[in-house]
Ligand binder design. Structure first.
Ligand SMILES: *[C@@H]1O[C@H](CO)[C@@H](O)[C@H](O)[C@H]1NC(C)=O
Ligand SMILES: *[C@@H]1O[C@H](CO)[C@@H](O)[C@H](O)[C@H]1NC(C)=O
Ligand SMILES: *[C@@H]1O[C@H](CO)[C@@H](O)[C@H](O)[C@H]1NC(C)=O
Ligand SMILES: *[C@@H]1O[C@H](CO)[C@@H](O)[C@H](O)[C@H]1NC(C)=O
Ligand SMILES: *[C@@H]1O[C@H](CO)[C@@H](O)[C@H](O)[C@H]1NC(C)=O
Length: 340
C-alpha cells in the first residue's frame, strides 16, 4: 500500500507540466530575446519545460526547475555566447526563486530593474558577463539570501536598500567598477551560516561602518579598493566563525598592538596598508591561522614567538618599518629596540 502511495507521489511530482501559459510565453520570449540560440532550440511551443530539465540540464547549458504546482522557480543559463542585452522577459516568470547567469561574456546592457519585483527570489547569481549600469536596488525581499553579481561591469554605488533584506547572508559584488562608500548593514547575522561580504576589486572609498564589528563573518573580502581608516573591530577573541578577512588596500590605518586574533581565524590579508604598532601575542596562539599577510605596512618591534610562528615564513611580515625576530632576522642591538 505504502509503495503504491509512494509511486503515486513520485509520478505526481515528476510529471508536473507548466501550469500556466504565461510561464511558457515568458520562456519563449527569453529564447527570442537571446536570439534563438542553438542551445535553446528545444524551447518551442508545447515543449515540456518542467520535465525536460532533469535530462537535458547541464549538457545544454541551461536548467529549469518547476514547483510542484508547475511554475518555473529556477532558471539557470551558462556559457552562452550570444551578443544580446539581458533578456528582460525573465521578469515575467513571477514565481522565480533562483536566477543564475554564469559566464556569458557577450551579454551586455544593464540588469533590468524589473528584476527587483520578483518577490519570491532566494538567490540571484549573475557572474562573468559584460552587463553594465547600476546594481539593482533590491528592497524588502524577505527570502533573498544570496546576491552574487561578481565579475561584471557594474558601476555606481552599492544600494543602501540592501540593508532592508533581512535574510541576506551572502553578498558578492567583487570585480566591478563600483564607487562610493560601503553602506551599513549590507548582510546580517543568521542562524544557518556565517555571513559573507565580498566587495573586492572595485573603487570603493571611505571608512568601513563600525556596525560590521558586530557580525561574525565567515568571509569578508574588501581587498583592492581605496578604503581607509580603522577596521580593527573586525577582529576579536569573541569571534566564533572560521573566518577569513581580506583588507589588502592602501589606506587602512590602525594600531595592531591591541587587536586580538580569534582562535578560529584561519586567514587574513592586511598587506599594503598603513597599519602600525606591534604584532600581538594572540597572533602566535591563533591555532588554525593558515595564511596571514602583514607585509607592506608600518609595523615595528619583536615578533611574538612559539605557538604557530613556526608555520610562517618571512614573506608574511616583509616590508614593514622595523619588525624583527624569527622568521625575520633577530632583533640585535643595532636593530630598533624590541619591546620590554
Ligand atoms: C518566503 O519563504 C517562505 C518559506 O519558504 C514562504 O512561506 C513564503 O511564502 C516566502 N515569501 C515570499 C514573499 O516569497
Ligand atoms: C560568486 O560566484 C562566483 C562564480 O560562481 C564564485 O566563484 C564566488 O565564490 C561566488 N561568491 C561567493 C561569496 O560565494
Ligand atoms: C580589478 O582587477 C583587474 C584584473 O583582475 C584589474 O585590471 C583592475 O585594475 C582591478 N580594478 C581595481 C579597481 O582594482
Ligand atoms: C603578501 O602580500 C604581498 C603583496 O600583495 C605578496 O607579494 C606576498 O606574496 C604575500 N605573502 C604571502 C605570504 O602571502
Ligand atoms: C621589500 O623587502 C625586501 C627585503 O627586505 C626588499 O628587498 C625589497 O626591496 C622591499 N620592497 C619594497 C617595494 O620596498
Amino acid at each position: 500500500m505504502s509503495v503504491i502511495l509512494f509511486l503515486a507521489f513520485f509520478l505526481y511530482c515528476t510529471s508536473s507540466a507548466l501550469s500556466t501559459k504565461d510561464d511558457e510565453t515568458a520562456l519563449l520570449k527569453i529564447n527570442k530575446q537571446l536570439g534563438n540560440p542553438d542551445i535553446l532550440q528545444s524551447w518551442v511551443k508545447g515543449f515540456d519545460f518542467c520535465n525536460a530539465a532533469e535530462k537535458m540540464a547541464f549538457q545544454h547549458n541551461w536548467y529549469i526547475r518547476c514547483s510542484s504546482t508547475g511554475r518555473v522557480i529556477d532558471l539557470y543559463l551558462q556559457n552562452t555566447d550570444f551578443t544580446v542585452p539581458f533578456p528582460n522577459a525573465i521578469c515575467d516568470l513571477t514565481e522565480l526563486e533562483f536566477v543564475g547567469f554564469y559566464h556569458s561574456p557577450w551579454l551586455y546592457g544593464s540588469i533590468p530593474s524589473c528584476i527587483t519585483q520578483l518577490y519570491n527570489l532566494h538567490q540571484i547569481v549573475i557572474v562573468g558577463t559584460s552587463l553594465s549600469g547600476s546594481v539593482p536596488s533590491f528592497y524588502n525581499h524577505p527570502n533573498l539570501t544570496i546576491i552574487n553579481l561578481s565579475l561584471n561591469h557594474l558601476s555606481g554605488t552599492i544600494p543602501s536598500s540592501f540593508s532592508t533584506l533581512p535574510n541576506l547572508i551572502q553578498l558578492d559584488l567583487s570585480f566591478n567598477y563600483l564607487t562610493g562608500t560601503i553602506p551599513p548593514q549590507l548582510v546580517h547575522t543568521s542562524h544557518t551560516s556565517y555571513p559573507q561580504l565580498v566587495l573586492a576589486n572595485n573603487s570603493l572609498t571611505g571608512e568601513l561602518p563600525r556596525c560590521y564589528g558586530w557580525i561574525d563573518f565567515g568571509l569578508i573580502d574588501l581587498g583592492n579598493n581605496q578604503l581607509s581608516g580603522d577596521a580593527s573591530f573586525l577582529f576579536g577573541k569573541q569571534k566564533k566563525s572560521f573566518a577569513k578577512i581580506i583588507l589588502a588596500n592602501k589606506e587602512f590605518e590602525f594600531d595592531l598592538s591591541y587587536v586580538e586574533f580569534s582562535d578560529n581565524l584561519y586567514g587574513f590579508d592586511l598587506s599594503h596598508n598603513k597599519i602600525y604598532g606591534k604584532v600581538p601575542d594572540s597572533f602566535a596562539t591563533a591555532s588554525v591561522l593558515l595564511d596571514p599577510n602583514l607585509s607592506f605596512n608600518k609595523l615595528c618591534g619583536e615578533l611574538p614567538q612559539g605557538g604557530s610562528m613556526g608555520r610562517f615564513n618571512a614573506a608574511v611580515f616583509a616590508n614593514n618599518t622595523c619588525l624583527c625576530g624569527y622568521p625575520l632576522p633577530p632583533c640585535s642591538a643595532s636593530a630598533p629596540a624590541s619591546s620590554p
